[in-house]
Design a protein. Structure first.
Ligand SMILES: *[C@@H]1O[C@H](CO)[C@@H](O)[C@H](O)[C@H]1NC(C)=O
Length: 441
């Protein structure tokens, strides 16, 4: 009994330790260090250099001075320690199990703090702050988690001459790629954290949401958190929870009713004085089609007749649809009737598409038998939809009992008719013959 409880306690301790070890461990991340090529042109040429670098992430500031180990393929000058007091960078999605092939993505760029002239940001730098604080080494870094849903951007600062960076601002999204049906509310996640020990964190923030799609962009929301003022925008039905924004840094955007034209990229930018960090997420509105078949019900068909059946798919987005036809006979087996001929697409006022497929069905085809179920199948990124009608072919000469009986009946009637007609004819014929005989005599 004591043994058991000891083992139990030990395993409990082990489990607790394991859980803690998991949730506490911050990753060592391999990153690309990307910067504009120094020298002639001063970066105007747009040429960049890429170097491998290594980030030792930690949660607590510790100047242990421990040397950071560098693998042979990484320049020791590009090995940094990065303290993130919010522990955002210590999430599981950025910390793959040892030896896993898939790795989080990470890129670092040198960053130059500068005041912004945007209307909703300018108030943050009204009073010249602590320029001495800005004299340091600044990086902007972006991270993408293994699950493709976590994205983090940070601005970090290291006192000049050291390689010990601290996260000053981080912006996180847990919805880097969102799919939504039409007409429902959609929330795009975005939150930020500013280092409370930084002199910049006390002088306010600003948040901006922008939309971008195929080269077109527009401002959706812009909020000056210092003046508590929202900039004028044309966007309808887009909101933020301002209380949550001030209390918890929750800058999530809610679109009250998803529409087709909401498909695109959304950029959440958070500003502190002299700096900004942003995450870009993707929203796609995916709505499967509604199907209808014309004519429905189908008219009775006789063998040899060709039926034209139309399948109309409407109200779908995006424009990516495959329509095909299937037939299920009395034997319960389904077989393909092909795709039929596809029409061009039309776009409705709400941005959804419609498209149809026409099937010319030759009812003398032997595999149709006496009929069955004709189904239109629509395959769409939002799901597969089906619609069916019953097909009845009458008078088909297959080996069914009713048909055989009917045919026997018809044969009997025909036989009787022929017999009757021939009786009449043979009767009158013998009369004529008789007359002829009499004449001859
Ligand atoms: C942030 O706000 C949105 C609504 O704007 C809400 O749906 C979401 O749950 C909030 N997130 C957190 C972590 O509080």
């Amino acid at each position: 009994m004591t043994n058991f409880s000891t083992i139990y306690k030990l395993s409990l301790v082990a489990v607790t330790f394991f859980i803690q070890a998991c949730s506490c461990s911050c990753p060592v991340l391999e990153c690309w260090f990307v910067q504009e090529k120094a020298g002639r042109g001063g970066g105007l040429t747009g040429a960049t250099t890429q170097e491998k670098s290594l980030l030792y992430i930690r949660k607590e500031r510790e100047s242990s001075g421990e040397s950071l180990k560098a693998p042979s393929d990484i320049n020791p000058d590009r090995v940094y320690s990065l303290t993130d007091a919010s522990a955002s960078l210590c999430q599981q999605a950025l910390n793959p199990p040892r030896g896993s092939v898939k790795k989080p993505q990470c890129e670092i760029n040198p960053f130059l703090p500068h005041p912004s002239t945007l209307k909703w940001v300018a108030s943050l730098t009204e009073s010249a702050l602590s320029p001495i604080y800005l004299q340091a080494e600044w990086f902007s870094a972006s991270f993408q988690g293994l699950d493709d849903q976590l994205g983090i951007s940070t601005i970090t600062r290291a006192p000049t001459g050291t390689k010990e960076h601290n996260v000053i601002l981080s912006v996180t999204s847990k919805t880097m790629s969102v799919k939504s049906r039409l007409g429902v509310p959609v929330t795009l996640d975005c939150s930020f954290w500013a280092d409370p020990s930084s002199p910049l964190s006390t002088s306010g923030f600003a948040v901006e949401w922008r939309y971008q799609f195929r080269g077109n962009g527009r401002l959706i929301l812009a909020y000056d958190g210092k003046a508590d003022r929202l900039a004028d925008t044309q966007e309808e039905g887009a909101t933020m929870d301002f209380e949550g924004l001030h209390e918890r840094g929750n800058a999530s955007l809610t679109l009250q009713e998803a529409k087709v034209h909401h498909t695109g990229m959304y950029i959440c930018t958070v500003y502190l004085p002299y700096m900004l960090a942003q995450v870009v997420m993707e929203l796609e509105i995916v709505e499967p089609p509604s199907l209808s078949i014309h004519p429905s019900p189908l008219p009775l068909a006789v063998p040899g007749q060709t039926l034209t059946i139309q399948c109309e798919a409407s109200g779908f987005a995006p424009l990516s649809l495959e329509l095909s036809w299937e037939f299920k006979g009395a034997d319960g087996k389904s077989r393909s009737l092909g795709t039929g001929s596809m029409s061009g697409h039309r776009q409705a006022w709400d941005g959804t598409y419609s498209q149809s497929a026409r099937l010319e069905l030759d009812t003398s085809r032997l595999d149709l038998g006496r009929g069955g179920e004709v189904t239109c199948v629509a395959v769409h990124p939002g799901g597969t939809r089906r619609a069916s009608v019953n097909l009845n072919i009458i008078g088909f000469s297959g080996p069914s009992i009713e048909d055989s009986m009917a045919m026997v009946g018809v044969a009997l009637v025909l036989y009787g008719l022929i017999k009757f007609v021939s009786l009449i004819f043979t009767g009158s014929g013998s009369d004529e013959a008789g007359k002829q005989d009499k004449k001859d005599k």
